[in-house]
Design a protein around this ligand. Structure first.
Ligand SMILES: O=C1O[C@H](COP(=O)(O)O)[C@@H](O)[C@H](O)[C@H]1O
Length: 239
């Protein structure tokens, strides 16, 4: 398992580079006769990536790709804060994803307490590994809804956790755990801009990945074959 860093000149080049790599990987999985399993994320650069993929969908049959989200805000299903609504608007609805292959996380209108909603969402997870997990990262080093300084229990849980006190609103969230995110052939973390430079520097400063995941949760998910940090020059400035 390798950890590598790819640096693109700027944000636009970064999303183009990741979009090309993703469409090429998905097309290769489909050419092998399988339906690729992809975990999407929220956040600014991932939303730009969604739009880039919609504009250049490559040689992928998007109706034969299965989707989950690494995290979701636990709000009403129609809330503009939902990661899945942004992805549906910007990508899935544009490229013709198949509704039965899109695993939308529960929303508050399900009537469930957030802890039950996390367990309900985990039931949607596949027995097999994911092919690609896409992650963003906040300036504080959080990824998905795994925030710094939280208990080891969250990081060591098996599939999904409920977050009840997210420091970034909204407070209630559902998140895949590092253990579940790491059940993927590759994990690709995408970070852009100078606001992410300090967190990138902390995450990648220690050779061999010995950074404490409680302090920088973004270092915790690791792909079985490869973990790639896709950065632009501003995000990579402190490396
Ligand atoms: O809260 C979230 O933010 C992170 C990072 O977002 P960004 O806008 O700072 O790039 C994202 O990875 C996560 O999915 C989202 O819920």
């Amino acid at each position: 398992m390798t950890i590598s860093v790819e640096v693109s000149a700027d944000a636009a080049t970064l999303v183009g580079d990741v979009a090309r790599a993703l469409t090429s990987r998905l097309a290769a999985v489909q050419a092998s006769g399988r339906v690729p399993r992809v975990v999407l994320a929220g956040g600014s650069i991932i939303e730009e990536l969604h739009r880039a993929l919609a504009a250049s969908p490559g040689a992928v049959d998007w109706s034969r790709v299965e989707f989950w989200w690494g995290d979701e805000r636990y709000v009403e299903s129609w809330s503009a804060e939902r990661n899945c609504l942004a992805a549906s608007r910007d990508l899935l609805g544009v490229v013709g994803a198949a509704a039965e292959l899109v695993h939308v996380p529960p929303a508050t209108d399900s009537g469930q307490p957030v802890q039950d909603a996390a367990a309900t969402y985990a039931q949607e997870f596949p027995a097999e590994d994911f092919d690609v997990v896409l992650l963003g990262m906040g300036p504080d080093g959080h990824t998905c809804s795994l925030f710094p300084g939280r208990s080891d229990d969250v990081l060591s849980a098996r599939d999904a956790v409920a977050v009840v006190d997210s420091p970034k609103p909204p407070a209630l969230r559902l998140s895949m755990t590092p253990a579940r995110l790491s059940r993927s052939t590759v994990v690709w973390l995408v970070a852009s801009g100078s606001a992410k430079a300090a967190a990138v520097g902390s995450a990648l400063a220690a050779p061999g990945g010995t950074v404490d995941p409680v302090e920088v949760p973004a270092v915790a998910p690791r792909g079985r074959e490869a973990t790639v940090w896709w950065l632009d020059q501003d995000a990579a400035a402190l490396l």
